[in-house]
Design a protein around this ligand. Structure first.
Ligand code: ADP
Ligand code: MG
Ligand code: MG
Length: 943
């Protein structure tokens, strides 16, 4: 096989790079090492064995491809030339290498690494002798050797990690030290002897041919690509079943050589929780005198990277420069690993950092400001889930205060313990293993997974948890990384006595008493402080004033073609909508104004019900007058919040009988007001009963049969607007009055006259925009019946704007009841792929609802080119449905206030990547092709 199986990197040159193609061939770690080398960054030289080799290996029952061994040998020779060291050399310091896995997709910790390969017993002995048997060098070389024994034994021979750990921990205990760097060379010698014995018990020994060590290591790494750990991870992450790894063979640098100017570290160029770049205190950890994963294993106390300033100042300065260069070239926050050997920096890895939603939002905005990336990059790299995390729930400490709960009484990890690993607050039942987590969850119970520390086998339990808490570990521990990635609140390093075996937490409270929390007890975790609370807390809603959110939203506003309004039914909702960036109110429902009192004792229900039930005109009128005053006040409050921003107010849409719900409970009051007997009232209530109220006496039909109620609403809307306009020198409001559930042109004509008559009384004219002394309103209609779509040209001629109510439109187009459909046949429809998604969650872009919408917009645009459509409801916050809205060129979308940011994001992203209104032209083309085909056949038939 002459195929190039190996790519070399070293001395500023590399055969590969970090292009997408090369990453596929070399794996991400390999590609990045090659790229960093090319950029002139200090990377120990080495070479990458391609992922093709791994593919071959598995397709040929564990055989390496022909020619690989020769290519490895040739590249080792090259490495020897570049470094000046030789493998197996015992007269001088030998060349040692690491063998490191790395696939195209990152699978942190899933595959293997072996360090110090090439260190034979003979090399060790010779080294000690060359250094005059002095303690320090002896300790160093034995430390390298024991690490090789550990990693080789585990990864090549499959000897359990625990067995090595037991020997090592046992010796530390015997020596009375926690920190292994305090072990003497003779301790280490004992450890190695015991390791050798362990090998023998398993019928193995460490090959004393250094090249054999290397080949065995390479095979073990190929093997790990299909190891159980890696396969389970891929399954859980939804990655393909087979992902091939590259193998990186790289010259060793020794962070463990001494205690003064050698060490290893890991870091992020910006804080992966917050996205903040802190120049004085960079995010990450450094550990003097260490090698490999020591820094993240939690076995010794680590220091912040800033400690390097004193210990290894030159390396620190260089590291900061490297961070800069990496960010500039990738335009991404980098997650890097490095080693300092004899005061000099070596970069061992870089990759795009996994960030929390907040960190991605914040760093994307900052990078635009710093000129590292452009707005398009920033907007496209933030996901709806990212933003949702920003709108995270938090532990409500104010509520606790109000409830008289003292924090000190409920915090389990008092004092300094606890690391804030992933933001947000979670509340749930304490569970101590995956099995329990899944069982509770299956019963619909919220859970919090508590572990000493987590590893990949805990993953399925973590992702169903409201929050995760661990006793050990730091910001880069497994629990922290996974939780951040998944947006799960997480506290690590809490130091709490989490007893996995007995499924409980034991802790001394502030009075010194021992408290026990058992499995199933409610606890809360604060991922923003790293604290666990023995308390079932409350959570706060997200904060719209969040600066990271606001900054990012300001990137979106100028880009988004489809504008974002919000649904808001009163002034406080309107205020929240504005804070979240809404440019108007796309739907103000007036039903609640009939049912919910704003001021105590208003008794709005009594008013509307007595209007409906009374038989005497005067009583009816009085009830309506009361309602008019209250609604006028409600509207006035909304106007003063929204000022001149558009507000679309929909006239009463409820089925009449729903307004009577609860009437039976206060018949005495009703009887008094209406002057009717209770028995008679009961009959009157029954008269309103309908079999199918959603398709019955509601909406515009109500406006036609009971015009006085719509007239009252129009007067309230416009007279409040007039008062507002008279009171302000600023821009005036142009009212948008909307008629629900129309289908027939005559319905709209009828409403047009009704509204016009009332408007004239108040002094409002139809169309255009209000200005001083000239008050204007516009008349709109809602498309909630697909029949209306067929009439859209005619409906457009008699109205000024429209919006889709896609919940009802879905019900009536497909004839599905939202409530009944989802509960009964929908699961079967989904499992048999009759539909891909619940149509009430996502509008299918090829489905009938999307077509009904496209048809309406198409006919409307022909009738009036500047006629505007919006959409209101659940679909307006669903990213896939928003794609449909954008495709048919809607002017605005109107979700709930909290969802406004998601809609802005999606609209901006679509504006940068897709053609606005393209589905409309596709639909038009399809219809016209069918039409011309039809004309041809029709001609034939006629002739
Ligand atoms: P992972 O993919 O699990 O992060 P790595 O291949 O990055 O595994 O190896 C883990 C650690 O081993 C690195 O972070 C680094 O500290 C150490 N290491 C790997 N190669 C070398 C080397 N050539 N010299 C010194 N340390 C190394
Ligand atoms: Mg690792
Ligand atoms: Mg690594």
């Amino acid at each position: 096989m002459d195929k190039k199986l190996i790519y070399f990197f070293g001395e500023g040159k590399a055969e590969g790079d970090a292009s997408d193609e090369m990453i596929k061939l070399l794996g991400n770690k390999g590609g990045q090492l090659q790229e960093m080398t090319k950029m002139g960054l200090p990377v120990p030289p080495g070479f990458t064995i391609t992922t093709d080799v791994c593919d071959y290996y598995f397709e040929h029952g564990g055989q390496l491809p022909e020619g690989l061994i020769e290519q490895v040998r040739a590249n080792m020779n090259r490495l020897e030339k570049v470094t000046g060291y030789e493998i197996g050399d015992f007269k001088r310091d030998p060349l040692l290498v690491s063998a490191r896995s790395g696939a195209a997709v990152s699978m942190p910790g899933m595959m293997e690494t072996i360090l110090n390969i090439g260190l034979t017993d003979k090399c060790v002995d010779a080294y000690i002798e060359r250094h005059g048997n002095k303690e320090q060098p002896k300790k160093f070389i034995l430390d390298c050797q024991r690490r090789l024994y550990e990693m080789f034994g585990q990864n090549v021979y499959g000897i359990e990690r625990e067995k090595f750990r037991k020997i090592f921990d046992g010796l530390k205990e015997e020596a009375g030290v926690r920190d292994y760097t305090l072990l003497t060379s003779s301790h280490l010698q004992t450890v190695i002897t015991k390791y050798q014995q362990l090998y023998r018990e398993n019928g193995k020994e460490l090959p004393q041919d250094p090249f054999q060590q290397l080949i065995d290591a390479i095979k073990a790494i190929e093997e790990s690509a299909m190891g159980e750990k890696a396969r389970n991870y891929r399954k859980a992450e939804g990655l393909p079943e087979k992902v091939w790894t590259g193998v990186n063979i790289q010259t060793m640098v020794y962070g463990n050589e001494n205690t003064t100017d050698c060490g290893t570290g890991v870091g992020f160029t910006r804080d992966p929780s917050t996205g903040i770049r802190d120049e004085r205190n960079p995010y990450g950890e450094f550990l003097l005198s260490s090698q490999g994963e020591d820094v993240v294993s939690g076995s010794r106390n680590v220091f912040p990277i800033s400690h390097m300033k004193q210990a290894v100042p030159q390396a620190y300065d260089e590291l900061m420069k490297v961070c800069d260069i990496l960010e500039r070239s990738t335009g991404r926050v980098q997650d890097y690993e490095y080693t300092v050997w004899r005061g000099k920096l070596y970069m061992l890895q870089t990759r795009n950092g996994k960030l929390t939603g907040r960190a991605n939002v914040r760093s994307s905005y900052d990078m635009v400001r710093e000129g590292l990336i452009d707005v398009k990059d920033a907007v496209l790299r933030v996901t709806p889930t990212n933003l949702e995390q920003l709108l995270h729930k938090m532990i409500d400490y104010e509520a606790m205060k109000r409830d008289g709960v003292e924090l000190d009484n409920i915090v389990i990890n008092r004092g300094g313990a606890g690391v804030a690993a992933s933001p947000g607050g979670g509340i749930g039942r304490a569970v101590f293993d995956v099995k329990a987590a899944l069982e509770y969850k299956a019963r619909g119970e919220p859970v919090i997974l508590c572990r000493l520390e987590t590893n990949p086998t805990d993953y399925p339990g973590m992702i169903v948890s409201e929050a995760v808490a661990t006793a050990r570990g730091g910001k880069t521990s497994h629990a922290a990384v996974v939780a951040r990635n998944k947006g799960i609140p997480c506290a690590v390093g809490t130091g709490v006595d989490i007893d996995e075996e007995n499924r409980r937490i034991t802790y001394p409270n502030n009075k010194g008493e021992t408290v026990i929390i058992n499995e199933g007890d409610y606890i809360s975790v604060d991922g923003n402080t790293g604290k666990i609370l023995n308390y079932r807390a409350k959570l706060t809603q997200p904060n719209p004033d969040d600066l990271d959110l606001q900054n990012f939203l300001h990137l979106l506003y100028p880009v988004a073609k489809m504008r974002v309004y919000a649904n808001a039914n009163d002034s406080s909702e309107a205020a929240r909508a504005l804070q979240f960036g809404a440019e108007g109110i796309g739907l103000a429902r007036t039903e609640y104004m009939f049912l919910e009192d704003k001021i105590e004792g208003e008794n709005r229900q009594l008013a509307i019900q007595s209007w409906m039930l009374a038989e005497e005109e005067a009583i009816k009128l009085k009830a309506l007058e009361r309602l008019e005053q209250m609604q006028k006040r409600d509207f006035g409050e909304m106007y003063s919040v929204m000022q001149d921003k558009p507000i679309i107010i929909r006239l009463l849409d409820y089925p009449l009988h729903e307004l009577l719900s609860g009437a039976e409970a206060h018949l005495d009051e009703l009887s008094e007001v209406t002057k009717l007997h209770q028995e008679h009232l009961k009959r009157r209530i029954e008269d309103y009963h309908e079999t199918n109220p959603m398709l019955g006496h509601r909406s515009v039909r109500l406006g036609i049969t009971h015009p006085e109620i719509y007239r009252m609403q129009v007067r309230a809307i416009l007279s409040a607007a007039k008062e507002f306009n008279n009171s302000t020198d600023r821009k005036h409001i142009t009212l948008h009055i909307e008629i629900p559930l129309v289908c027939l042109v005559n319905e709209v004509k009828n409403m047009e006259q009704l509204v016009r008559e009332e408007a004239e009384k108040v002094g409002f004219n139809r169309g255009g925009y209000s200005s001083k002394g000239d008050n204007r309103y516009r008349l709109g209609i809602m498309y909630e019946l697909s029949g209306a779509s067929f009439e859209a040209d005619n409906l457009t001629r008699v109205s000024d704007f429209a919006s889709f109510g896609t919940n009802d439109l879905t019900q009536t187009t497909m004839g599905w009841s939202r409530e009944d459909g989802s509960a009964t046949f929908l699961p079967t429809y989904v499992s048999q792929r009759i539909v891909d998604e619940d149509p009430f969650v996502t509008i299918d872009k090829d489905g009938p609802v999307a077509k009904a919408m496209a048809h309406a917009v198409l006919l409307a645009k022909v009738a009036k080119t500047d006629y505007e459509f919006g959409i209101c409801g659940e679909h307006a916050a669903d990213p896939a449905s928003l794609e449909v809205c954008y495709g048919i060129g809607l002017s605005n979308v109107s979700p709930a206030p909290n969802q406004v940011p998601i809609a802005w994001l999606k609209s901006a992203q679509l504006s940068l990547t897709k053609e606005y209104g393209s589905m409309l032209s596709e639909y038009a083309a399809k219809v016209s092709t069918s039409f011309s085909k039809f004309m041809k056949t029709a001609n034939k038939v006629v002739c």
